[in-house]
Design a protein around this ligand. Structure first.
Ligand SMILES: *Cc1c(COP(=O)(O)O)cnc(C)c1O
Length: 391
């Protein structure tokens, strides 16, 4: 049970938290329904690894369950154990598969389904797997071109032939993962699709699954029996330009001081930003320790290097730029153009409905996935909407 305890996060008292993170569960559920439309008849699983991309696996998974989601993917067995306490009846697949040191016992204890990635893991599961309705249920991961995890296509086909004779394990699902799904025209997509089609034929009794969020947007050829979206559920747009997903996460931070600085003075570490005008500076209680990346440091700061743009916040209906270097716990914004409007105790949006998460990430030279999973534990987390079904 210590596995579960170590995953619990304590929410700070809202009166003393520097930031607040609002997670809109109704928007999450609407995104799930939208993905079900896009996926045609395919089942839509929920990828909830890394604490549901930082947003809280217990609340997120319960909301998806209420929407009819029954299959979930986590990265690690410890995450599967946490999820099991929330959803007693879900199919929980563990992408990292089995570890060599007796992890199969944990899979048994919590009823987790390993996504088996190698012959070695197949042997472990054959020897130590649990028996549900079928002997030693699992998913088989085939690498069709990503060179990350999985059996090669040839290994998988050879294994399928052996296993058809021995029944050593029961593959419920055969999966592969696309490397370039966010680039619809990339030639690797079609190569992976063809390779996957060849492999799935060797597992006539298993369902098959190829697509993450971006793959789901590639159309019905890529949907197979089940799709595995993560980021699109959380409001990230896997493919630019499509009708956007609804924003789910809003990160805000409080202004703890507003100060006046003169033209010619400098702001933050390294004195890297020299002010060209008299400036009102709002200092907020969040920094890179809260997942607001240092690479969002303001314009004129050399460490931004190749990045196109510095960060922007949103307050009183207006965007305001980051000034100088983002620091561990504090960030400065230029609120001069808002006059006296911004003051002590106001809140500045870091990303959310007014600063799309994909834009904030791009400004930082990263992706929405990294922004979400870096948020950390210091936000007061608030959940809007219905986590459980009305009916
Ligand atoms: C993380 C992950 C997903 C979900 O990817 P998104 O791009 O967030 O939709 C699906 N499948 C596998 C194997 C993954 O590792």
């Amino acid at each position: 049970m210590h596995i579960i305890a170590s995953q619990e996060r304590s929410n700070p008292d809202p009166r003393v938290a520097g930031g607040r993170l609002t997670v809109d569960l109704d928007a999450l559920r609407a995104n799930y329904r939208r993905l079900r439309e896009v996926a045609g008849g395919a089942e839509v699983a929920g990828v909830v690894k890394a604490n549901a991309y930082g947003l809280g696996i217990d609340k997120v998974a319960s909301a998806l369950w209420a929407e009819g989601c029954r299959a979930f993917f986590v990265a690690l067995p410890q995450e599967g154990a946490t999820l099991r306490a929330v959803l007693p009846e879900a199919y929980i697949y563990v992408l990292a598969g089995l570890f060599e040191n007796g992890s199969a016992d944990i899979f048994h204890e919590f009823g987790l389904l390993p996504v088996v990635n190698s012959r070695t893991e197949l042997s472990i599961w054959e020897a130590h797997g649990w028996d549900g309705d079928v002997p030693r249920p699992c998913a088989i991961h085939v690498d069709t071109g990503m060179n990350r995890l999985g059996l090669s296509a040839d290994e998988a086909i050879a294994f399928a032939a052996d296993n058809a004779l021995t029944g050593a394990v029961t593959p419920l699902l055969v999966i592969s993962h696309l490397a370039c799904a966010d680039e619809a025209g990339h030639p690797l997509n079609v190569r992976q699709l063809e390779s996957f089609q060849a492999v799935r034929g060797a597992f006539p009794h298993a369902d098959s699954s190829l697509s993450n969020s971006a793959g789901t947007m590639l159309g019905p050829d890529y949907a197979f029996d089940l799709v595995r979206p993560g980021i699109a559920l959380y409001g990230g747009n896997p493919v630019a330009g499509e009708r956007p997903m609804l924003p789910v996460a809003t990160a805000e931070t409080r202004v703890i001081q507003v100060r006046a600085a003169k033209a010619g003075e400098t702001v933050s570490y390294g004195a890297a930003r020299k002010l060209s005008r008299d400036t009102r500076i709002a200092v907020v209680a969040a920094g890179y320790a809260d997942g607001y990346p240092r690479s969002l440091s303001g314009s004129g700061v050399p460490l931004r290097q190749t990045l196109a743009k510095g960060g922007e916040g949103f307050v009183h209906g207006q965007r305001v730029p980051v000034l100088g270097r983002v620091t561990m716990d504090l960030t400065m914004f230029d609120v001069t153009d808002l006059g006296e409007e911004v003051g002590y105790g106001d809140w500045i949006e870091l990303f959310g409905p007014n600063i799309p998460i994909d834009e904030a990430a791009a400004r930082a030279g990263t992706i929405a996935y990294e922004l979400l999973t870096s948020l950390g534990d210091r936000y007061d987390r608030r959940y809007l909407g219905a986590e459980i079904s009305d009916g």
